[in-house]
Design a protein around this ligand. Structure first.
Ligand code: CAA
Length: 257
């Protein structure tokens, strides 16, 4: 499939989507968002792929929703638009998606990164929800996911006073998994994603589902959900393989069955 606003490629078992609107600092137009989610769904359905990365350019992961497209919008036009619904498509993606961020991850760009399962960043990354400067608030989950990631006090400052987080701060406050120098960030991100892609995929996806459920359910329900997933893994060949490999002191060979 050919795309206008993104580039796609694979590195071994890792599927990579790169935002490609450099002149607009990868502002997330509706078309770019649709293409991105379609590409992620295609990698999700591809048995050769075990993990995905979404990245931008050195200067910008993405500088937010396209302000020029929204400037004249009415409440009716915004309500009828399916732009923000694109974020909901993350819910059905089973494989792990990692955001690899350099430069600006602002507004919808930060919200996109937070909708991924993990974020890795280069030292140049800056995270923020500057919508307040436009007379609006984050609309694609920014007030919610940021609060869950960094806590209420800092999230208030980020959405209400336009505070940006540096890569080091984002790592310190738990928004980001790893920070690497820009020159090696993508190589390290691919290595990291490759490790995940080489693991027992049914268990990886069960862990992702269980962790994400903690954002949706009360503890008693999410613990019960985890238990069902845990028991269900005893129906997989990979559980037999993993435990046999341990007992016989050899390396497991995952079948993803
Ligand atoms: N939408 C549309 N175009 C954008 C854009 C955006 N979000 N961000 C940057 N651009 C464009 C600029 O208009 C400029 O285009 P021109 O050359 O045609 O004028 C080009 O990208 C380069 O940008 P700057 O000249 O501004 O570059 P800079 O280095 O001086 O500043 C920046 C970089 C700090 C990121 C600045 O561009 C900026 O503040 N961008 C807007 C960030 C923002 O407010 N994001 C939130 C958007 S609303 C949203 O996302 C809602 C939601 O929750 C879904």
């Amino acid at each position: 499939m050919s795309y206008e606003y993104i580039l796609t490629r694979t590195e071994g078992k890792v599927g990579i989507v790169q935002f490609n609107r450099p002149k607009a600092l990868n502002a997330l137009s509706p078309e770019l968002m649709k293409e991105t989610m379609t590409a992620l769904e295609a990698f999700d359905a591809d048995p050769e792929i075990g993990c995905m990365i979404v990245t931008g350019s050195d200067r910008a992961f993405a500088a937010g929703a396209d302000i020029k497209e929204m400037a004249e919008a009415t409440v009716v036009k915004m309500g009828q638009s399916t732009f923000i619904n694109q974020w909901d498509r993350f819910r059905d993606i089973k494989k792990v998606v990692i955001a690899a961020v350099s430069g600006f991850a602002l507004g919808g760009g930060c919200e996109f990164a937070m909708a991924c399962d993990m974020i890795v960043a280069s030292e140049t990354a800056q995270f923020g929800q500057p919508e307040i400067n436009l007379g609006i608030i984050p609309g694609a989950g920014g007030t919610q996911r940021m609060t869950k990631a960094v806590g209420k006090a800092l999230s208030m400052e980020i959405s209400i006073n336009g505070r940006f987080l540096s890569a080091a701060e984002a790592e310190k406050y738990g928004l980001v998994n790893h920070v690497w120098p820009q020159e090696v960030m993508m190589d390290e991100a691919i290595k990291f994603a490759g490790q995940i892609a080489d693991r027992a995929q049914i268990a990886v996806q069960a862990a992702k589902a269980a962790i994400n459920a903690s954002f949706e359910m009360p503890l008693s329900a999410s613990v019960a959900h985890e238990r069902v997933l845990f028991y269900s893994l005893f129906a997989t060949e990979d559980q037999k393989e993993g435990m046999d490999a341990f007992v016989n002191k050899r390396k497991p060979e995952w079948k993803n069955r």
